[in-house]
Ligand binder design. Structure first.
Ligand code: ATP
Ligand code: MG
Length: 589
């Protein structure tokens, strides 16, 4: 819903006041992280479909509540006597009372003893520290047998982690804006954002007691069980493993189809971790010693081809990516597990770090293995090792920075370096910095032909001079809007005009290498596929480096194809024009 923030705040108006949708929802890191429960329980997934309806300043609580009830009980036919609802029970700190409005509306449909008051944690929805927020109202269903219901009332089990008394739908009423001060400000218009878990809804409609028993999961579950040669439902450990695999392949496949490849950092690492968790469960409990999970992509793509066709369209590609990941992880897994054999009852911080650093074991994987063997892991020690590693890579980056000293009137520097490599410049301000124990100066000019490091291209070098002296510029970088020039010393006299001269030869060679990265990018996409995207690059006058992800090492044939394409393009000597243009979305005003 983050993308709709501006509608909620009244900063912009949606052309559609009412929307209904399904979203692929991943809860595997950050504020919402269900990963550790997935597979162990039967109603949390790494990826689930969240069905929702939205009102952008249109209908509010009255309609949202009436329609939710109608859909669940009349259209889907869920039993009324198995449903419970919650409303926001108020909060002293926020000076908010019980959501009586929602409560009154619910009373038309459910008896009062089925309307429960919820805490701020469960019944007040916030996007983050700041922003649109408001009370919410959840709908829970009790799927236990009649005998069990007789023994204990369902309402005592709402919001208490019972696998068969689960929340299926949450209606969020967005009516406040949380300010930086923590205070709540009423919004100009009121909005609705609801979220219903499709898999849980299926469980309720199909009369099951586990999401994995519905037809959303059964094709995957059966395929896994058959190939593992086990029966689902006979052994708790193999059951968990089957659920983990059936669940995880969904998150992984769709993430890859949406353009997120497994990698070692950021979102890519989240995907890698999920996949490795699945491989590990399959390896340990279902005896999948060879890559297997990639074979599930086909089933999933077929099953969801009408709802999310993106997977079906990229089925071969996704299968290959998963396959390659499996091969490489199974290899290290085997070695890592052997390494663990040598450890004592406690896996120390440095040992856990070695598993992470050398064997690619995410910490949660190490603790999982440890838990099974009755080992303990020193998490604190592991975090300390991680912090040490971060500190090591930081040492080089530490610098001391002095305050800016103004020479002329402060103004935003003008960059003229696309058209010219020389300019008449005045020093606007300077400061002293200390980097790796060396003293340097940073200069800002009113006008500069020096290109600041960006897009992987290194900054320009050159010099500035006047009749009396010449100062070398060793590097140029950007600091938000500022173009900062590095020099080993300051001119004797800071005022007056300097001739600023870029080392043209170096710039030309660097520019050519920068163009070559774009040629290389295009050639890679042609030879390897459209998924090749720039992940980083380095361009200077001598070399270029272009980082990208691909699911396999390039073959010599592929490399030679790419080289041929790039060389051909260079030989075409295509004419280049340079023009400064405005972004379409930001017209000149
Ligand atoms: P729970 O307390 O069961 O974890 P929640 O409070 O985190 O649920 P919401 O954030 O209100 O759930 O999300 C809206 C709906 O999305 C829930 O009512 C539920 O049906 C579904 N849902 C939430 N998390 C998951 C998950 N990990 N897997 C499957 N469905 C989920
Ligand atoms: Mg949750």
């Amino acid at each position: 819903m983050v993308q709709f923030k501006d509608y909620f705040l009244g900063n912009s108006v949606s052309s559609n006041k009412r929307v209904a949708d399904t979203q692929k929802c991943l809860r595997v890191s950050g504020k919402h992280n269900d990963l550790e429960d997935v597979g162990l329980d039967t109603y949390h997934h790494t990826m689930f479909e969240m069905l929702g309806n939205w009102s952008f300043g249109d209908y509010f609580k009255k309609e949202a509540i009436a329609w939710a009830w109608e859909l669940l009980t009349e259209v889907y036919g869920l039993p009324k006597d198995r449903l419970y609802v919650t409303v926001f029970g108020g909060d002293k700190k926020d000076n908010l009372p019980v959501d009586e409005e929602a409560k009154e509306l619910w009373k038309q449909f459910v008896s009062e003893d089925r309307i429960l008051h919820g805490s701020k944690k469960d019944n007040f929805w916030e996007m983050g520290e700041q922003g649109p927020c408001g009370p919410c109202s959840e709908i829970h269903i009790d799927l236990r047998t009649d005998a069990e219901v007789k023994k204990k009332l369902g309402k005592e089990l709402v919001n208490s982690d019972h696998p068969q008394v689960v929340e299926i739908w949450n209606l969020v009423f967005i009516q406040f804006n949380r300010l930086a001060s923590g205070a709540l400000e009423p919004l100009p218009d009121k909005h609705v954002d609801t979220g219903m878990g499709f898999e849980r809804l299926c469980m309720a409609i199909q009369g099951k007691t586990s999401n994995y028993d519905t037809d959303v999961f059964s094709p995957l579950m059966q395929f896994i069980a058959i190939h593992a040669n086990v029966q689902y439902g006979e052994n708790a450990k193999t059951d968990v493993a089957i659920r983990v695999m059936a669940d995880h392949i969904r998150a992984v496949s769709f993430a890859i189809a949406d353009g997120q490849l497994p990698s070692n950092t950021g979102a890519g690492y989240v995907i890698r971790r999920i996949l490795r968790r699945a491989v590990r469960y399959g390896f340990s409990y279902l005896n999948f010693k060879e890559p297997f999970i990639h074979r599930l992509v086909f089933l999933l793509a077929n099953q969801l081809r009408d709802v999310f066709p993106e997977l079906n369209q990229q089925q071969d590609y996704v299968t290959r990516v998963v396959h390659e990941e499996e091969i490489s992880f199974l290899r290290t897994l085997d070695r890592g597990l052997k390494r663990i054999e040598n450890f004592d009852k406690t896996i120390t911080g440095p040992e856990a770090f070695e598993l992470y650093d050398t064997f690619g074991f995410p910490f949660d994987l190490t603790s999982l293995i440890a838990r099974e063997r009755g080992f303990s892991v020193d998490e604190k020690g592991f975090q300390e090792e991680m912090a040490k590693q971060k500190a090591r890579s930081k040492v080089d980056a530490t610098k001391e920075t002095g305050d800016w000293i103004l020479v002329g009137a402060d103004r935003k520097p003008e960059f003229v370096g696309y058209e010219q490599t020389e300019a008449d410049s005045k020093i606007v301000k300077y400061r002293k910095i200390k980097q790796k124990n060396k003293e340097l100066f940073q200069l800002v000019f009113d006008k500069t032909p020096f290109y600041a490091e960006s897009g992987g291209q290194v900054g320009d070098t050159g010099f500035i001079e006047n009749a009396n002296e010449k100062i070398f510029i060793t590097d140029t970088k950007k600091e938000s809007e500022l173009i900062v020039h590095y020099a080993d010393k300051l001119p004797e006299s800071l005022s007056g005009v300097f001739q600023a001269v870029v080392d043209k030869n170096t710039r030309t060679r660097t520019t050519s290498n920068h163009s070559a990265t774009h040629l290389l990018h295009a050639a890679l996409r042609q030879v390897l596929g459209k998924h090749v995207e720039q992940k980083g690059s380095l361009v200077n006058d001598k070399i270029l480096r272009f980082d990208f992800s691909h699911f396999a090492a390039m073959t010599p044939e592929e490399i030679s194809k790419v080289e041929t394409i790039v060389n051909q393009k260079i030989r075409e000597n295509i004419h280049l024009d340079e023009k400064e243009m405005y972004l379409l979305s930001k017209p000149r005003v």
